[in-house]
Structure formats: structure tokens, C-alpha cells
Write a protein that binds this ligand. Structure first.
Ligand code: ADP
Length: 589
């Protein structure tokens, strides 16, 4: 049976009250009983002495007078009075008369009488065969010729009656004290129980995560101190838990935001943590669970590395290409020392972009070297020819023209390379201004007029009124259009037509350059914008292109926030489209 706290306190206090009251009552009633008996004894002895004094001075003589005197004394002392003659005969008795008196046996050997004769007073409690009850006897010697001893007897029933009265009074007091005690115990246990209940409820709320549980008025005594200690522990604990949760969330955010794949295994080799990047790289399910790492890491090299880290070693980084993936990773594993046992952490670093950039850079250097070497070799050959074997004037002139052409080609190459380098480095800022499309295209045509005329090509311009004006960097847009028109002219046959169009499509301005040339293989639509990419290497060398023109075009268009792409016209010929976002006119400074 589970008793409530209040019941326990109440029962304990009440039991303590009952026990102390019972012990007290027992002691009091015992001592009162003893005192009553002693008082009765003392009174009886005093009365016996008084009777002895009376008899000594009064001196009745005849047997009848003696018995009457006994009756009188008995009535005034409220006790049985017996006169005993020196020979032990009973000569007077307040309880017996006449023949009965004479029939009484000799009292000379009664213990109290014997005591009285020896010491002057005899006191005894014993059963009386005469009255058949427990009696208290007091015998005193008398100076009288006919009476040797006067004896007073009182039945103990009277004393017992007095004692019972005392006990009853004590019991009544006990009952009253108990009732009061019960009330006091109840009154004291109620607030105590209420506080204990409040603390228990607060503790329950702590368990549910609510730390505002403890009432403020819990008191200052030991219970209050316990409550306060509990409260501060719970608050501290909850703030630690909050901190821990925040740390965990922060770590989760960092891990899932990381481009590196991170995988942590415990001492048993089971997955403890796998971030999103690692899941993607290792092609794992969304929730890999606590599988063994060998089930998740299929690459034998990486698995061996994690195994070594679990052994406490620090294996060197490993460059791997994961199956079914064109990407390259560097895997690094390290042991994790924790109190719960050693684990390992694997970090996968995707270096594909680095490798690709490296490759692009290598290709670029090779291309630049190659592009420079060709004209340089030619120049050197002709210069040496001029030095070694001076030809005639006409031939020399031809040689010098070739040298000049190659020098110009190198110059263009270096100029384009420098421009690309500037664009790469973000050193060319956009200088936006309203551009009249008509003026812009006329400028381009004028610049290329001689080239176009040389091939007897015709340029047609169609500008939609919505695209008559565009906000752009005029110089850069001029370079874009010049490059495209120059290519159109270069790669198209003589007497062909070049079409320049400007249209507004949604929130974009579309500038298109179309020609009637051979067009582009579909697979090269994207590649023609790469540096040094040429569709037909042998042919492209002639028109004097650097192979960098379209790369610069793409850079310039993207600087405007636009896009450029290459297509073939349905009827044949290439068509390059530049799409620029429509902008508001810049605020004039
Ligand atoms: P290039 O200086 O060689 O012209 P570009 O970057 O301007 O270099 O062009 C790259 C390649 O794209 C050219 O070599 C050529 O093969 C192809 N190309 C460019 N424009 C045209 C066009 N209008 N028609 C056909 N092919 C073209």
C-alpha cells in the first residue's frame, strides 16, 4: 500500500502523540494511585492514634460501653474500629455486636496487632475473613487497662474507587489531548504536504522539459533549500541541453553545408555520421543508418584507409576516381579518439574542378605556345632567307609582306590574350549607356567595310523599333558585334549575304548575326566559344583568326548579364544570337 506523504507525516506525528500520552497517563495514574494509598494510610494512622488518645483519657469500662465506644469511633472515622484486649480477645468492634462480637476469634496473632505491639504501630493490607474483602489495617497500642490495641480497618474497594475516578479523569484528559494532537498534526502536515506536492509536480514538469516549474514561495527551511537546489540543477541542466542542441544543430548545418564529404564511424566500424556531400559522393541511401562502413564504402582503397585509421594509424591521402563517376576525389582518413572508444573520420574532397582547371591551363599554355610558334617560325624562316640569300627586290618585298602579316597575326594574338586575361581578372568594368542600335551596327559595318567589300558580300540590317535602343556598354557591344560580323564574313563565301537583326523578345533584346556560309557541326555549337577551338583547323588559319574571338564575345556578353549561342540557319549558314537583359537607363552622374 502506498501512503501519501501527508498521511505518513500525520500517522508518525499522531503515533508519537499517542505513545507519549499513554506513557504519561500510565505514569501519572500510577503515581496518583500510590499517593492516594499513602494518604489514606496516613489518615488512618492519624485516626488510630487519635482513637488511642481518646481511649486513654476516656476509659470506658464495661464490655457494652467498650463496644458502643467502638461503634462511635467507627462512625466518626468512617472505618471499622476494633478494640483488642491484652490477651488478644476482641472487646469492641464497630462492625460486630453482642454474640457475634464474642464469637470473633482471638486477634492477638493478627500480623498488624503483633507489629503494633512490637513497634507501637502496625500497618497491613490483607484479606479479611470477617468481612471477606481486601482491607487496609492500622493497629496502634493504647494505654488502657482493658484494651491493648485499637485497630482501624478500611476496605480497599473505597481506595480502588478513588483510583478509578483518577484514571477516568486521566483518560478524559488523554482523549482531549489526543484530539488536540490530531488537529495540530493535521494543521502541521497540510502545508508541509502541499509544499512536497508542489516540489513533486515541479520535478515532473522538469522531466517533461518545462523548467518554469518551481513555485517562488517554496520557503527557506530545509525543504525549501532542497527545492531550490533541484530548481537550479534543472535550470542548469536545461541550459546545458539547449547549448548542446544548438551545438548539434550548428554542427549539422556546417556538415550539410560542406562541399567535402564527411563520414564518421565508431569503434565497431558502424556509421555514426554521414553528411549530404558524402552521401552523394558514395551514392548512399538518404538514411544509411548504422550500417558497417564496409557496406557503404565500396572503394577498396578508401575502405582500407578507414580500416587503418580505426587501428589508430594516420594513413596518407589517397586520390581516387569513384566508379560510375567522372569526378576525382582525395580521400583522407584519421583516427578519432573519444572516451567511448576510438573511431575514424573520412573526408572526401572533390578535386575534379581543380584537375579540370589544371588541364585547361595546360592546354591553354600548349595552345598559346603553338599559336605563337607558327608565325614565329615563318618570320624566322623569311628573315634568315633575307639575310643568307638576299633575293631580288620583288621577292624581298613579298617576304617582308609575309613577315608583316605574321607579325600582325602575333600582335592580334597577344592583344586578344591580354584582353582575355583582363576579362578573366574582372578588370573590365561595364560602362553602361543608352546605345542606338542603328549607330552601333553602322559603326561595325564601317569598320569591316573593306573586308566585306573584298568578298563582295552584302550586309542587311533589320532593327525592330522595340530594339532600336539598348542600355549596354557601347564599346564592348561594338566588339561583340564586330567579332561576330567578322566571323560571318570570314567563314562565308564571296557574294553571300550577312543578316544583322535586332529584336525585343520579352524582357530581352536579341541581336542575331546570320550568314550563308557552311554553318557549324551541331556538336560544336558550344565548343566554338572555347579558347583556341576551331572547327576546321587548316582552313581557319588563313582568315587570320586567333581562335579567341568567340571566347572574348562570350565573356563580354556574360559581363552584360546576357548569353550567346550558336545555331545553324534552316536554309544553311551559321547564326549567332546574343541575348541581353533589358535594363533601365543608368542614372546620369
Ligand atoms: P577565329 O579567330 O578562328 O575565328 P573564333 O573564336 O572567332 O576564332 O571562332 C572559333 C571557330 O568557330 C572558328 O575557327 C570557326 O571554325 C568557327 N566559326 C566562327 N564563326 C563562324 C561562322 N560564322 N561560320 C562558320 N564557322 C564559324
Amino acid at each position: 500500500m502506498r501512503l501519501s506523504f501527508r498521511t505518513r507525516i500525520f500517522v508518525a506525528a499522531f503515533a508519537a502523540a499517542i505513545i507519549s500520552l499513554l506513557v504519561g497517563a500510565a505514569l501519572v495514574s500510577r503515581s496518583l494511585a500510590r499517593q492516594t494509598l499513602e494518604r489514606v494510610e496516613r489518615t488512618l494512622v492519624a485516626e488510630a492514634r487519635l482513637a488511642a488518645e481518646l481511649l486513654a483519657s476516656h476509659a470506658p469500662a464495661t464490655p457494652v460501653e467498650l463496644d458502643e465506644e467502638a461503634d462511635r469511633l467507627g462512625a466518626s472515622a468512617a472505618a471499622r474500629v476494633t478494640f483488642i484486649a491484652p490477651d488478644g480477645r476482641v472487646v469492641g468492634d464497630s462492625a460486630e455486636d453482642g454474640a457475634e462480637l464474642e464469637a470473633l476469634e482471638n486477634h492477638g496473632q493478627r500480623p498488624e496487632v503483633v507489629d503494633a505491639r512490637r513497634t507501637g504501630v502496625g500497618v497491613l493490607r490483607r484479606y479479611s475473613t470477617t468481612v471477606e474483602a481486601d482491607l487496609l489495617y492500622v493497629a496502634v497500642t493504647v494505654r488502657h487497662p482493658a484494651i491493648a490495641v485499637v485497630r482501624l480497618a478500611m476496605p480497599l474497594t473505597a481506595i480502588a474507587e478513588q483510583q478509578r475516578t483518577i484514571r477516568n479523569a486521566t483518560l478524559a484528559a488523554l482523549a482531549a489531548a489526543l484530539a488536540t494532537g490530531m488537529f495540530v498534526a493535521l494543521a502541521f502536515s497540510a502545508p508541509l504536504a502541499r509544499r512536497v506536492r508542489a516540489i513533486a509536480q515541479a520535478a515532473r514538469r522538469y522531466a517533461e522539459g518545462d523548467t518554469s516549474g518551481m513555485p517562488a514561495d517554496i520557503g527557506d527551511d530545509e525543504l525549501g533549500q532542497v527545492a531550490r537546489a533541484l530548481d537550479s540543477t534543472a535550470t542548469e541542466l536545461s541550459s546545458r541541453l539547449d547549448e548542446l542542441a544548438r551545438d548539434r544543430a550548428r554542427m549539422q548545418a556546417i556538415l550539410s553545408g560542406m562541399v567535402e564529404g564527411v563520414l564518421v564511424v565508431d569503434a565497431q566500424g558502424r556509421l555514426e555520421l554521414v553528411n549530404d556531400a558524402a552521401r552523394r559522393m558514395l551514392m548512399l541511401a538518404d538514411q544509411p543508418g548504422r550500417r558497417h562502413y564496409l557496406e557503404a564504402v565500396r572503394h577498396p582503397g578508401i575502405a582500407a584507409q578507414v580500416g587503418a585509421a580505426l587501428q589508430g594509424q594516420e594513413p596518407a591521402g589517397l586520390e581516387v576516381a569513384l566508379p560510375a563517376d567522372t569526378r576525382t576525389f582525395v580521400a583522407r582518413s584519421a583516427p578519432v579518439r573519444a572516451s567511448s572508444g576510438n573511431g575514424a573520420v573520412l573526408v572526401l574532397h572533390d578535386i575534379s574542378d581543380l584537375r579540370r582547371a589544371d588541364q585547361v591551363r595546360r592546354d591553354f599554355v600548349a595552345n598559346v605556345s603553338h599559336e605563337l610558334r607558327t608565325p614565329l617560325t615563318a618570320i624566322r624562316g623569311y628573315v634568315e632567307a633575307l639575310i643568307d640569300d638576299p633575293p631580288d627586290d620583288a621577292e624581298r618585298r613579298g617576304f617582308l609582306e609575309i613577315i608583316s602579316r605574321h607579325t600582325a597575326r602575333m600582335e592580334r594574338l597577344v592583344r586578344d590574350l591580354l584582353r582575355l586575361a583582363r576579362l578573366d581578372a574582372g578588370q573590365e568594368a561595364l560602362d553602361l549607356a543608352p546605345c542606338e542600335m542603328d549607330t552601333l551596327l553602322s559603326g561595325v559595318i564601317t569598320e569591316l567595310q573593306s573586308t566585306v567589300d573584298a568578298k563582295q558580300q552584302a550586309i542587311e540590317v533589320r532593327i525592330h523599333p522595340d530594339a532600336a535602343r539598348v542600355i549596354a556598354d557601347p564599346a564592348k557591344l561594338h566588339d561583340v558585334m564586330r567579332n561576330l560580323v567578322q566571323n560571318a564574313s570570314n567563314y562565308s563565301p564571296e557574294r553571300s549575304r550577312i543578316l544583322l537583326e535586332a529584336n525585343r523578345v520579352g524582357d530581352q533584346v536579341e541581336l542575331r548575326v546570320s550568314d550563308e556560309g557552311p554553318g557549324l557541326p551541331e556538336s560544336d555549337f558550344k565548343r566554338v566559344f572555347e579558347r583556341f577551338y576551331r572547327v576546321d583547323k587548316s582552313r581557319s588559319r588563313d582568315p587570320g583568326g586567333t581562335g579567341l574571338g568567340l571566347a572574348i564575345v562570350r565573356h563580354l556578353v556574360e559581363l552584360h548579364g546576357g548569353r550567346v549561342d550558336a545555331r545553324n540557319r534552316p536554309g544553311g549558314g551559321a547564326s549567332f544570337t546574343v541575348r541581353l537583359p533589358v535594363r533601365d537607363a543608368p542614372a546620369s552622374a
